[in-house]
Design a protein around this ligand. Structure first.
Ligand code: ADP
Length: 301
């Protein structure tokens, strides 16, 4: 296969591993800087250019679109889809998962366990949404945050109200979420590929931090998931329409709750913690699916 990988930094662990895995399995993988692609949206003849050359002959595309370039990245991916190139994850599915409110609404509609989450646009409703989410201690999250930045734990209603007011004053949209204390600063990430959990790890936050992000100094270990956790991860991936994703869950007293579904999960933490060849599994999935071209949307919707 000839595979294009949309990515901005070829040297990133995940990107290196995917390239290695593709080449080890006899494929060609070209890393294409998303922001340097330009396109011709002509009717019936969609074209894409890169460094003065027309991109042609690709069987599959691996989108690794950073959160900060979602808008343009999804346009580039849609163009590939319209050219008939098989996407590892479809643009529509990535779009769903990048919108925190939309994705939580979709997960809720499918009956997947979630922390109680409330949101209001109008600052006058702060007290109400705080009460609805069960009051302090409460987690406050930026709608656009990633890697644990912009996730705050407020211990009292008063501090929650001041944090909410501070964010609101700067025009930042936020949501309030029930604090799952019993998860004890540990979360679970399950990597789902083609409707199956192929690897799972638990991440524990640095001493004194309730956030377990590896970027925030957390550490990762291999973990065995319960059947309920497995099926929650698989259903969450399906709900988003993602073929490959990382599903982040917390162990709540009443079962697993999903915090987020990530369409470009990092591979370093999970490969190191589990010793599994996650990149190889992803390429294997492409081998089995790209030829059939069984996409749902081809960029529509
Ligand atoms: P980001 O998308 O920025 O990584 P998350 O929503 O995943 O933000 O939150 C970062 C970390 O904070 C999680 O990995 C988890 O450890 C912790 N966390 C987030 N939400 C909750 C919650 N409702 N209850 C307990 N811990 C939480």
């Amino acid at each position: 296969m000839k595979i294009a990988m949309m990515a901005r930094s070829p040297s990133l662990y995940s990107h290196r591993r995917l390239k290695e895995a593709a080449e080890a399995r006899g494929h060609q993988l070209d890393i294409i800087n998303t922001l340097r692609c330009y396109m011709n949206i002509a009717s019936r003849r969609p074209e894409m250019y890169y460094n003065g050359e027309k991109l042609e002959g690709y069987d599959a595309v691996i989108p690794r679109i950073g959160a900060s370039v979602t808008f343009y990245g999804l346009a580039v991916l849609r163009q590939f889809e319209m050219m008939g190139v098989y996407p590892l994850n479809e643009s529509v599915a990535i779009g769903r998962s990048r919108d925190k409110l939309r994705s939580m609404q979709l997960l809720a509609r499918d009956g997947i366990g979630l922390p109680v989450t409330t949101f209001a646009h109008d600052p006058k409703q702060t007290d109400e949404v705080l009460k609805l989410a069960g009051g302090a201690p409460i987690v406050i999250k930026l709608l656009e945050g990633t890697q644990g930045l912009g996730v705050v734990l407020a211990d009292t209603d008063r501090s929650a109200t001041s944090v909410v007011e501070a964010f609101r004053a700067s025009g930042t949209l936020i949501l309030l979420q029930e604090f799952i204390k019993e998860s004890g600063g540990t979360d679970i990430r399950a990597i789902v590929v083609g409707g199956k959990v192929i690897a799972a790890m638990k991440r524990t936050g640095a001493e004194g931090d309730f956030r377990s992000n590896l970027h925030r100094g957390g550490s990762a270990q291999v973990i065995k998931l319960s059947p309920e956790e497995r099926s929650t991860a698989v259903r969450a991936a399906k709900s988003m329409g993602l073929n490959v994703c990382g599903v982040d869950m917390l162990r709540a007293n009443h079962g697993p709750v999903v915090m987020e579904v990530n369409s470009s999960p990092g591979l370093e933490g999970v490969e190191n913690a589990t010793g599994l060849d996650v990149a190889g599994k992803i390429i294997e999935y492409l081998e089995n699916s790209a030829a059939k071209g069984n996409t749902k949307t081809k960029g529509k919707g």
